[in-house]
Design a protein around this ligand. Structure first.
Ligand code: ZN
Ligand code: ZN
Length: 110
């Protein structure tokens, strides 16, 4: 229920809330699909090229293209700093401590 003095009125586009839209844009359509996305698709881990898509376009993607990985859209998908976890099949925002430990391990720092 909206309140008259809601300080959090939507200001333009936000990708950090539930109901993130499908980003699929048919070549023949002027705009992206815009339905609530249900799948998060990783196209190229090297460039971190990923997209959100609805059930309908997930089916289309599966029939036409090859993607690297996918998982159902979760609360952390597309959040700044979220990492794609292939093993768990979701996106997570890493805690600072484990991330630092990983960074140290990768750098050979003890
Ligand atoms: Zn769609
Ligand atoms: Zn995700």
């Amino acid at each position: 229920m909206p309140t008259p003095a809601d300080p959090f009125a939507p200001v333009g586009e936000s990708c950090h809330r539930d109901g993130q839209p499908c980003g699929y844009k048919p070549a023949t359509a002027p705009d992206a699909c815009g339905k609530p996305a249900t799948w998060h698709v990783m196209w190229d881990p090297g460039t971190c090229d990923n997209s959100l898509t609805c059930d309908e376009h997930m089916a289309l993607i599966q029939s036409r293209w090859v993607y690297v990985d996918r998982h159902p859209v979760g609360p952390d998908c597309t959040m700044p700093g979220a990492l794609w976890e292939y093993s768990n099949r979701w996106c997570v925002i890493p805690d600072d401590e484990p991330a630092l430990a990983v960074a140290r391990a990768l750098n050979g720092d003890r």
